[in-house]
Write a protein that binds this ligand. Structure first.
Ligand code: ZN
Length: 231
C-alpha cells in the first residue's frame, strides 16, 4: 500500500492565530464551480444563478509545498487556483454575519481537476466526483489568520507556472462573494471546525505537467511555491 502524505492544517511560518491548529481535525472541502464569470466562459459553461456546489473529502487534501502529484494516466489534470477559507466553528443555516465569525484563516488551494475525465462524465450526465475528489485532488497552503486581512473584498489570487502568469483574479469578480457563498453553503451543508471552503477559480485554467514549478500568491503579499512531482 502506498503511504498517504500526511496533512495537518497549519498557520504560515511565524504567524499564528488565536486557534491551535494542531487540535483542529482535517474535514471536508466544500467547493464552488464557476464562481468567476470569466472562468465559466472559458469552458463554455453558462453563468450560474445559484452556486454549483460539490465536495472533496478530507482524503483529497495534501500539502501544496514542497510538491504534489496527480494521477498521470487519466488525461489532462488542470490547476484551478482558489482562495481557501478555514472554518473554526460549526455553521448551519447561517447569515452572512454568522459566516464571517467562523472563518479563522485564509490560504490558497488547488482544485485539481482531471479535465478529460470530467468532460467525459459531463457528456454522460454523470457525477464528476472521480475527476475532482480523488486522493491528492486538493493541495492546500498553510493558512494566514483572518485578522491579517481587511475583510473579504478586493483580495487577489494568482498562479504562475514556470515563471509565466496563468491565473489572476480578484474577489470583486466573484458571482457569489465570500460571505454570501459561505452563508449559502451552510443552508445545505453544515460546516464543522476543520472544514475548508474553496471559493472558485478565475480564468486561465490549464494542464499541469510533471516538473512544472508553481508560484501562487494571495493578496499580493503571501507567496507559496511548489512543484509537480511524479506520482
Ligand atoms: Zn474549482
Amino acid at each position: 500500500m502506498k503511504d498517504q502524505v500526511s496533512y495537518q492544517h497549519q498557520w504560515l511560518n511565524d504567524v499564528s492565530g488565536e486557534h491551535d491548529l494542531s487540535e483542529l481535525p482535517v474535514g471536508k472541502v466544500v467547493c464552488v464551480g464557476r464562481n468567476y464569470a470569466d472562468h465559466a466562459k472559458e469552458l463554455n459553461n453558462p453563468v450560474p444563478t445559484e452556486p454549483i456546489l460539490f465536495i472533496k473529502p478530507a482524503t483529497a487534501i495534501v500539502p501544496f509545498s514542497p510538491g504534489f502529484s496527480f494521477p498521470s494516466d487519466q488525461g489532462e489534470c488542470h490547476h484551478e487556483t482558489e482562495i481557501a477559507l478555514l472554518i473554526g466553528s460549526p455553521l448551519s443555516r447561517a447569515t452572512q454575519e454568522q459566516a464571517r465569525q467562523v472563518i479563522i484563516g485564509l490560504g490558497l488551494g488547488l482544485d485539481l481537476t482531471l479535465r478529460d475525465l470530467q468532460a467525459k462524465l459531463k457528456s454522460k450526465s454523470h457525477p464528476w466526483e472521480v475527476a475532482k475528489a480523488f486522493d491528492g485532488a486538493c493541495p492546500l497552503t498553510p493558512f494566514i489568520p483572518v485578522t491579517e486581512f481587511e475583510g473579504f473584498t478586493r483580495l487577489t489570487v494568482s498562479l504562475s507556472v514556470n515563471g509565466q502568469e496563468r491565473q489572476q483574479g480578484n474577489t470583486e469578480q466573484m458571482l457569489f462573494p465570500i460571505l454570501s457563498l459561505v452563508s449559502r453553503i451552510s443552508q445545505t451543508f453544515t460546516l464543522l471546525p476543520g472544514d475548508v471552503v474553496l471559493t472558485g477559480t478565475p480564468s486561465g485554467v490549464a494542464p499541469l505537467a510533471v516538473g512544472d514549478n508553481l508560484e501562487a500568491t494571495l493578496d499580493s503579499r503571501f507567496s507559496f511555491k511548489s512543484q509537480v512531482v511524479s506520482a
